[in-house]
Write a protein that binds this ligand. Structure first.
Ligand SMILES: Nc1ncnc2c1ncn2[C@@H]1O[C@H](COP(=O)(O)OP(=O)(O)OP(=O)(O)O)[C@@H](O)[C@H]1O
Ligand SMILES: [Mg+2]
Length: 356
């Protein structure tokens, strides 16, 4: 059996459905290492035209039929060797809270959770799926043993929607996970360094704190890549597609007459960093720990000049997300692997989850 299993090691598809793009990473395990076997990224521009609507409604609808179509198209191109998929729930569609509880048995914790959930989740408990992960233990001032538990709740409606999308696209959805856990897995592993992971997507920015190799905090803001595009479009009075192109080409690096572009983006980046600062301070003062670095992920991590700007504003060392540091990949990807990292960090973490 073990001889055969070497030939049939299965692979899993990590599927990250974002507002502006779908990212898939097919991950397998061979010779004691995870390996990126295949990947696909499909950017769609439909969200650009919808941006105004999206800014007005607080919760953006997942465009179900469009998503199925895009996912199918992407899989057709990829021709993955597996249909088994793990998908992510975006930060804006979930509730995540870190709780300090007395140390209890697993069973007792399980019983306590619905009560805890009721206090922290702004939806009727019957409408959400509740999950929890123990992320650490510590001693409080009185010497009592406490455990830190990450409480996660996802609306049932969202889960059903995902199940429909995946089965319509011919995939077997075996697991759903919040983005923050997938990112911690692919970018942190067991590294104990207190770290902020900033995932700046299109519609939302996910602010995560990992410490001692576990996700400790998960916050979110609606300022993100889409806001930057919108700011350029409004500021220069050009259409959003042109603004999107300019943003990617020049980013924050314009000099002389081109500085206007960066000026249009600074205040929104500062709004994101303001939120980062609040989350950082809350964590640092609550647990008496200093954050030591920042990892930048999501498509906006590719904005030219963003690393230096954030370094300057936060006085933290800033690095670009690299989920492939400990994962094998085909040598022909070498020239682009650095740019793929921030785009595929969630999908890769999800793919690995399937193999655990
Ligand atoms: N080279 C680049 N320079 C600047 N911005 C970029 C670049 N490439 C992608 N982006 C921006 O990144 C965003 C898309 O990132 P990503 O794919 O992580 O978002 P998403 O997962 O679809 O969205 P969300 O997570 O908010 O739902 C877009 O706003 C896009 O303009
Ligand atoms: Mg995303």
């Amino acid at each position: 059996m073990s001889f055969l299993s070497k030939f049939f090691t299965s692979s899993y598809l990590g599927v990250d459905i974002g507002t502006s793009s779908i990212k898939v990473a097919e991950v397998t395990y061979a010779a004691n290492r995870f390996k990126l076997k295949n990947y696909g990224i499909l950017e769609s521009y439909g969200h650009l035209e919808r941006m105004n609507d999206a800014l007005q409604t607080s919760s953006l609808k997942l465009y179900e039929s469009e998503t199925v179509e895009l996912l199918r198209a992407l899989l057709n191109k990829m021709k993955p060797g597996s249909r088994k998929a793990i998908a992510s729930i975006p930060a804006f569609a979930s509730f995540v809270t870190l709780l300090d509880l007395p140390v209890m048995s697993n069973e007792e914790t399980l019983q306590a959770m619905p009560f805890q959930a009721r206090q922290f989740i702004p939806l009727p408990i019957s409408e959400v799926a509740v999950d929890w992960v123990k992320v650490g233990e510590f001693e409080d001032e009185g010497g009592g043993k406490k455990q830190q538990v990450l409480l996660i709740a996802v609306p049932q409606e969202r889960i059903q929607k995902y199940q429909k999308i995946f089965s319509s696209a011919g995939l077997d959805l075996i697991y759903l996970e919040i983005e923050g856990l997938a990112l911690t897995r692919s970018l942190i592993g067991s590294d104990p360094t207190p770290t902020i992971i900033l995932d700046i997507g299109s519609r939302s920015t996910n602010i995560l704190i990992s410490d001692q190799g576990a996700l400790r905090m998960n916050a979110q803001t609606d300022f993100a890549g889409g806001t930057l595009t919108q700011a350029i479009s409004n500021g220069l009075n050009i259409d959003v597609r042109r603004a999107e192109k300019l943003k990617k080409q020049r980013g924050l690096q314009g000099v002389g007459g081109e500085q206007e572009l960066s000026t249009l983006m600074y205040s929104y980046l500062d709004a994101i960093l303001g939120e980062v600062g609040r989350v950082r301070e809350k964590y640092e003062t609550s647990y008496n720990i200093k954050i030591e670095r920042m990892i930048l992920s999501g498509g906006t991590a590719l904005l030219p000049g963003i690393n230096d700007y954030i370094k300057k504003q936060t006085s933290l060392p800033v690095v670009r997300a690299n989920p492939f540091a400990k994962i094998e990949y085909a040598p022909n990807l070498e020239p682009i692997i650095n740019d793929l990292g921030p785009m595929l960090a969630v999908a890769t973490g999800l793919g690995i989850r399937g193999l655990l």
